[in-house]
Design a protein around this ligand. Sequence first.
Ligand code: ADP
Ligand code: MG
Length: 255
Amino acid sequence: MQNMAIQVKGLWKSYKQLHVLKGVDFKVERGTIFALLGSNGAGKTTIVKILSTLLKQDSGTAVVNGFDVAVKPESVRQTISLTGQFTAVDEILTGRENLIMIARLRHLKKPRQVADDLLNRFDLASAADRRVSAYSGGMRRRLDIAMSLIGKPQLIFLDEPTTGLDPEVRLEVWKIVKKLAAGGTTIFLTTQYLEEAEQLADRIAILHDGKIIVDGTLAELKELFPPAKVEYVKKQPTLEEIFLAIVGKKKEDAK
Ligand SMILES: Nc1ncnc2c1ncn2[C@@H]1O[C@H](COP(=O)(O)OP(=O)(O)O)[C@@H](O)[C@H]1O
Ligand SMILES: [Mg+2]
């Protein structure tokens, strides 16, 4: 299936006695934004690690950009990038130096030019020669995402890209993600924020108790729950209401 960026079938993963993934299935089409939604501890990062070849599954298959992660991890790595939950930039280096370093690691021909392009694109040119330790949270996040774009990966994993960020920075990140997707990059995003999935994702999957319990477009998820009739006013459920109805507990409890 050429048009699939990710195909996951029957994925199981346990950490000793703890069964985190218990038969996870889903697919992600190329060029789309896919949001994996789940409470803290649901297993989102575990899935990201398996798909990005950092961790081996116990059983089941995962095919990323046409390569089986268990058979061709090197090939998978060449087509993806991963931005983790915690920013990976080097504090002591400047923004420009961070970018050049990654471009060199990726064996690109003109690392300096690659860095300049990204600095401009992410509105970091004026701060390019300052140490990252002096950057604001939003600037770091932008640099982090810029770094993940070096080498033009077909698929980008963003593991909780906005957790802990203030609302303006979150909006900034959303804009970047939308732009990337518009340019044809596939985005696999994990989030605990229902609004984030609602804003960004073409498809949303909810991971709960080791399985994907629903998977569809926002419109499809909404259709699972017929609108509540309050006299003559139809009310569409929000993603939050759908999530709570499925998971069966309050968001606070899910922490
Ligand atoms: N290396 C590990 N060893 C043992 N338990 C782990 C390890 N990594 C994660 N876990 C546990 O597995 C569960 C899922 O973790 P994780 O995939 O990080 O969830 P999420 O990213 O959805 O918050 C959690 O209960 C976590 O404590
Ligand atoms: Mg996580």
